[in-house]
Ligand binder design. Structure first.
Ligand SMILES: Cc1ncc(COP(=O)(O)O)c(C=O)c1O
Length: 914
C-alpha cells in the first residue's frame, strides 16, 4: 500500500517534494499494472489523486519538470491513460533523483524514451553535468504564449561555451515570488517586471508557512515604481544572495537614479533581453569566482624548482622515498602539487595580502555581510585571541560569559584585561548552562557606571550560539548595551554559527546582519524620534534602566562588531579554517594597526595554503548553495526529532529537549514552546521577539531514563558499538548536531542505532535479578534527580581585583573585575603555590582562610572553567566538583589536588597591589 499522507514540510519542501514524487511513481506504476500490484484500482486512483493534489500548488515554483509537464501528467491521469501517466511520472522522478535536469539542455515531454535520453533528462545513471545549473525567477504577468516565447528566447541565447546553464520560473504575483524564493533553492537571480499582481494568482492555501501575509497589503495603492522596490526589499531580506534585476518599459533613465540598491541592474524591456542574459551569467560568475583556490591550482601545475623549504612541495620528498610513498597513494598527487611556500608567482601572502588572498577575503566579506573579513588558519581558538589582543589594552575592562570557550580566557589573560565574568542562566536539571540574560549584562554595566569605570569598559564577548544551540537576540543586546556605553565593542563568538547567515530566520540573529541593521537603524529619522521620546521620559536610575528596553543615542553610539566563525565546524573548509568578520565603524581609525600586530602575533609565517583555498571554495559554496544546504539541514534535524519522539519504544527512555525545556518562559515573551515544530511562521515569530531562541539544527537528547550518564552513552553505546561520533554530553543528555553534510541515510542510521540501544535495554531489563533491578533504579534516579547546582562565579581574591574595586571610597558598590594575567603569571613561581585536596580546601575555608585557585580548572563535560586563576573557592564549587563523575578535569590532578596560592603568596600579592 502506498503511503498517501503528505509529508510535513517544516522549513523547506525539499524532502516533502521528493517523497511525494517517489510515492507517486510507486502508485502510478501499480496503476499501470493493477493485476501485478494486486491492489484495487480504486485505492490506487485515490492515492495518485491525493499526491497530485499535494504537488500541484508547489510544482509551479520549479523549472523542472515545469508547469507544462505537470499539466500533462494531470491530463494523462484524468484521461485514465495510466501507462503513459506512469511512464512520464517515472521520468520526472528519475530526473529529480539523478538531478539530470541540471544539465540544462532542456527535456522533451514526448514519452518516447529514446527522445528523452537524447534530450538528456531522466536518463538513468546520467552523470552530474560539469556545467553548474541554476534557475531564474521572472516576476511578471504574462500570457501563456508570452511565457513560452520568453523561455524559448532565453534558450536561444545559450552557447556551448557558457559557464552556466539556467531555466526560468515564471510567477505573476509578489506573493508567489516570495513563496518561490522560499521553496526553490535553485534560484540565483530574479527579474522583476513592471506588471505583476500583489496577491497570489494560483491556489497557495497549502503554503501558509511560506506566505508573506503582509506583502499584498503593503503593495496596495502604490504606483509601479514603489511596488517593485517593496518586492525587491522583501526578496533581499529573504535571500540576499539573489541577484535582482529590474525590467521596465518606461522612464528607465529616471528610474535608474532612484532605484533601490538591491537591484544589480535595470533594463529596458524592449532592448535589454540579451544584455540581461549576460548580466545574469556574470552575476553568478562573480559569486562562483575563487581567486585563491584558482591561483593555487594554476600554480600547482607550473614547473618549478624548489630551492628553499618544504621538501614535500610537489611531492618530491615522498615519491622517490622507499618508505613513505604510500602517502601519495592515500592523498593523491594533487595535494602535494599544491603544497608550496611561495608567496609570489600568482600566489599571495596571508600576512600582507595584496593579490588573490585579498580578493578572496573581500568576496568572503560580501558573502557574510561584513565590512572586512580575515582568514585564519588555526581555528577560532586563534581568531578569538587575535580579536582580544587587537582591541584590549592591559587594564581595559572586558565583560565575558564565564561559560565561554577557553580561547577567550587565554586571550584575555594574554592581553591583560580586567575581566568581569557574566553568569549564564543555569539548567540545573541537565547540568548545563543557557546564555547570559540581558538583565545580567546591563546590571554589570550599570555597576561599572556607578563605580565611575565606564570609560575603561571596552568589550563584551558572548557566544552566539552556544554549544547547545541557545541563540541571542544579538541586535537587542547591542542596542541596550550601547545605550549605557555608546562605544562598547562586541565580539560574538560564532564558532558554531557560520551557517546561520544563509537561512532567512537565523540571519537577523547573526552578528554581521545585526550590526548592519543597527547601523541603518541609527541613521533613520523615525529612530531619532523614538529615541528622543524615550530619553525625555526615562528616569536615570538603575531600576528604570533595567526594566526598560533601552535605545542608544544615535548621535553617540558607534557600531563596532566582530564575529569569529569556525568555517570548518558548520560549512565546508578543511579543519582549522576560520574567519574573522568585522563591522566596525572605527576600524580604520582605531584598530587597523593593532589588528595587524595581533594578526602577526598569532599567525604562522607558513600558513597552510590548503586551508586557505578551502575557505575560499567553502565561501563559494555558501554563496551559491548555502540557503539550500541549511534549509535541508534544518529539515533533517526536524525529521530526526519527529522520528525519536514519535517512536513508542524510544519515547519510553528518551526525548528531544524542546525550546521550552532549554529556555525558561521568562526569556520567551512569544509564549511559543516549540517554535519550528508548530510551523515556520511560529519560528519566525519567536525569533523576532524572544530574548533567546533555540537553533533547531541541534538536538539535545535527554537520556536520564536509560540510567546511563551522557559520557558513557557517548563512549560505550554510540561510539564503540556503532561508530557514531558526537561531541558534547552532560550528566543526562547527549547533543546531536546536524550539519550541511548530514544525509537522510545518516539520520536513518542514527534512529536505527537508538532503537537498537533501547531494545538492548528492554532485553536486559527482562533478565535482571532483583539486585540488578535495584541497581538500575538507583542509576536512573541518579540521572534524573536534581544534582548539585551549577556554581555561579564566586569572585576574585582582593589581590587580583582592580585597585578601585572594593574600595568603594565614594560609597559606591564594589565591582568584580579581576586581573587574570597577574593571577596567572604569579603561579609561574612554584614557591607561591601548593596543592590541596578538596577536604583541605574545605577546612581552610571553614577556618575563614581564603583559598584561591592558581589555574584554570575545567571539567569536561560541561567544559567551562569552574575556577580561573585568582578565583576564590566556595562551598558551591566544591559541592559541584564533588558531584561530577566526569573523568576529564583539565587543570586538576586528583592525586596531587587543586593547585592554589599559598597564604603567604596572597599576602605578598595584596601588598604588591597596594
Ligand atoms: C564557542 C567556541 N568558540 C571557539 C571554539 C574554538 O574553535 P576552533 O576549534 O575552530 O579553534 C570552540 C570550539 O569548540 C567553541 O565551541
Amino acid at each position: 500500500m502506498v503511503d498517501t499522507s503528505t509529508p510535513r514540510a517544516y522549513n523547506s519542501w525539499w524532502q516533502a517534494r521528493s517523497d511525494a514524487w517517489d510515492r507517486l511513481e510507486e502508485a502510478s506504476g501499480q496503476l499501470a499494472e493493477p493485476v501485478l500490484s494486486g491492489q484495487p484500482a480504486g485505492e490506487l486512483i485515490e492515492t495518485a489523486s491525493g499526491l497530485l493534489d499535494a504537488l500541484t500548488p508547489v510544482e509551479q515554483y520549479w523549472a523542472f519538470p515545469g508547469p507544462e509537464a505537470h499539466r500533462r501528467i494531470r491530463d494523462l491521469f484524468a484521461s485514465a491513460s495510466y501507462g503513459r501517466f506512469a511512464s512520464l511520472v517515472s521520468r520526472v522522478t528519475r530526473g529529480l533523483v539523478t538531478e539530470s535536469y541540471r544539465a540544462g539542455i532542456g527535456w522533451s515531454l514526448a514519452d518516447d524514451e529514446s527522445e528523452t535520453e537524447e534530450a538528456g533528462a531522466g536518463a538513468p545513471g546520467h552523470d552530474r553535468p560539469a556545467r553548474p545549473y541554476f534557475e531564474v525567477l521572472f516576476v511578471e504577468t504574462l500570457t501563456s504564449g508570452e511565457e513560452q516565447a520568453l523561455r524559448e528566447e532565453v534558450r536561444s541565447w545559450r552557447r556551448l561555451g557558457d559557464d552556466f546553464a539556467y531555466e526560468l520560473v515564471v510567477v505573476a504575483s509578489a506573493e508567489e515570488a516570495i513563496i518561490a524564493a522560499w521553496l526553490n533553492a535553485n534560484l540565483q537571480a530574479c527579474v522583476i517586471g513592471r506588471r505583476f499582481a500583489a496577491a497570489a494568482v494560483h491556489d497557495v492555501s497549502g503554503l501558509t508557512d511560506f506566505r508573506d501575509s503582509r506583502i499584498a497589503g503593503d503593495l496596495a495603492g502604490r504606483g509601479p515604481d514603489e511596488r517593485y522596490q517593496v518586492l525587491a526589499r522583501r526578496l533581499a531580506r529573504l535571500r540576499p544572495e539573489l541577484d535582482l534585476y529590474l525590467m521596465t518599459e518606461t522612464d528607465i533613465e529616471d528610474i535608474a537614479g532612484h532605484v533601490s540598491h538591491h537591484f544589480r541592474r535595470i533594463f529596458h524591456a524592449r532592448e535589454g533581453l540579451l544584455e540581461l542574459h549576460r548580466s545574469i551569467l556574470t552575476g553568478v560568475a562573480a559569486r562562483y569566482r575563487t581567486p585563491f583556490f584558482e591561483a593555487l591550482r594554476h600554480y600547482s601545475h607550473q614547473p618549478t624548482g624548489v630551492f628553499h623549504a618544504l621538501p614535500i612541495s610537489q611531492g618530491n620528498s615522498i615519491v622517490s622515498s622507499h618508505w613513505i610513498n604510500d602517502m601519495v597513494g592515500f592523498y593523491g598527487r594533487e595535494i602535494f602539487l599544491a603544497e608550496t611556500s611561495a608567496t609570489g608567482g600568482g600566489l599571495d601572502s596571508l600576512l600582507e595580502p595584496t593579490g588573490p588572498l585579498r580578493q578572496a577575503q573581500r568576496l568572503a566579506a560580501d558573502t557574510f555581510g561584513a565590512r572586512r573579513t580575515f582568514f585564519v588558519t588555526n581555528g577560532t581558538s586563534t581568531a578569538n585571541k587575535i580579536v582580544a589582543q587587537a582591541l584590549v589594552a592591559p587594564g581595559d575592562v572586558v565583560l565575558v560569559d564565564r561559560n565561554c570557550h577557553q580561547s577567550h580566557h587565554y586571550g584575555l589573560m594574554l592581553s591583560g584585561a580586567h575581566v568581569v565574568y557574566l553568569n549564564a542562566y543555569p539548567l540545573h536539571e541537565y547540568s548545563m548552562y543557557g546564555a547570559v540574560p540581558m538583565r545580567e549584562i546591563k546590571s554589570q554595566l550599570l555597576a561599572l557606571r556607578a563605580a565611575g569605570k565606564l570609560d575603561r569598559v571596552k568589550l563584551l564577548m558572548l557566544t552566539n550560539c552556544t554549544f547547545d544551540g541557545v541563540v541571542y537576540d544579538v541586535g537587542r543586546v547591542m542596542e541596550e548595551c550601547l545605550a549605557i556605553k555608546p562605544d562598547l565593542v562586541f565580539l560574538w563568538d560564532e564558532a558554531w554559527f557560520a551557517f546561520a547567515r544563509f537561512h532567512p530566520v537565523y540571519r537577523p540573529r547573526t552578528a554581521m546582519r545585526a550590526a548592519r541593521t543597527l547601523a541603518e537603524l541609527l541613521r533613520s529619522p523615525e529612530y531619532l524620534t523614538a529615541y528622543s521620546q524615550q530619553a525625555a521620559a526615562l528616569a536615570d536610575d538603575d531600576e528604570s534602566l533595567l526594566a526598560t528596553r533601552l535605545l542608544p543615542d544615535p548621535a553617540r553610539a558607534r557600531v563596532r562588531v566582530y564575529s569569529t566563525q569556525s568555517t570548518h565546524k558548520t560549512l565546508t573548509s578543511l579543519r582549522q579554517g576560520s574567519m574573522i568578520h568585522v563591522y566596525d565603524q572605527d576600524f580604520a581609525q582605531k584598530v587597523e594597526e593593532s589588528f595587524h600586530e595581533a594578526y602577526m602575533t598569532h599567525t604562522s609565517t607558513s600558513p597552510n595554503y590548503q586551508i586557505l583555498a578551502s575557505l575560499d571554495i567553502g565561501r563559494r559554496q555558501a554563496a551559491l548553495e548555502g540557503y539550500e544546504l541549511v534549509a535541508k539541514q534544518v529539515e533533517s534535524a526536524m525529521r530526526l526529532r519527529d522520528a525519536i519522539d514519535n517512536h513508542p519504544l524510544l519515547a519510553k527512555y528518551m526525548h528531544c529537549l524542546s525550546t521550552a525545556e532549554l529556555i525558561p518562559a521568562e526569556f520567551r515573551p512569544s509564549g511559543i514552546d516549540t517554535p519550528l515544530r508548530s510551523g515556520l511562521a511560529n519560528m519566525s515569530k519567536a525569533w523576532d521577539v524572544d530574548e533567546f531562541v533555540l537553533d533547531p539544527s541541534r538536538i539535545t537528547l535527554y537520556i536520564g531514563l536509560t540510567g546511563i550518564d551522557g559520557a558513557t552513552f557517548k563512549r560505550e553505546q554510540l561510539m564503540d558499538k556503532f561508530g557514531i561520533q558526537i561531541n558534547k554530553t552532560s550528566r543526562n543528555t547527549v547533543l546531536f548536531m546536524t550539519n550541511i553534510g548530514t544525509t537522510r541515510s545518516a539520520v536513518a542510521y542514527l534512529i536505527e542505532v537508538l532503537v537498537k540501544i533501547v531494545r538492548d535495554l528492554e532485553d536486559n531489563a527482562t533478565e535482571m535479578s532483583p539486585a540488578q533491578q535495584a541497581a538500575h533504579a538507583r542509576a536512573v534516579l541518579k540521572q534524573t534527580a536534581p544534582c548539585a547546582p551549577l556554581p555561579d562565579f564566586s569572585g576574585f581574591h582582593p589581590a587580583f581585583l582592580d585597585r578601585q574595586a572594593g574600595a568603594a571610597a565614594d560609597g559606591g558598590e564594589p565591582t568584580p573585575e579581576g586581573d587574570v594575567r597577574r593571577a596567572f603569571f604569579l603561579s609561574y613561581d612554584d614557591t607561591r603555590c601548593e596543592y590541596l585536596q578538596a577536604d583541605e580546601v574545605d577546612q581552610r575555608m571553614e577556618a575563614g582562610q581564603p583559598v584561591v585557585s592558581a589555574t584554570f580548572v575545567t571539567p569536561y563535560p560541561p567544559g567551562f572553567p569552574v575556577l580561573v586563576p585568582g578565583q576564590l573557592f566556595s562551598e558551591e564549587i566544591l559541592e559541584f566538583m564533588h558531584s561530577l563523575d566526569t573523568p576529564e578535569v583539565h587543570g586538576y590532578d586528583p592525586q596531587a589536588g587543586y593547585r592554589v596560592y599559598t597564604g603567604k603568596a596572597l599576602e605578598i600579592a595584596l601588598e604588591e597591589r597596594a
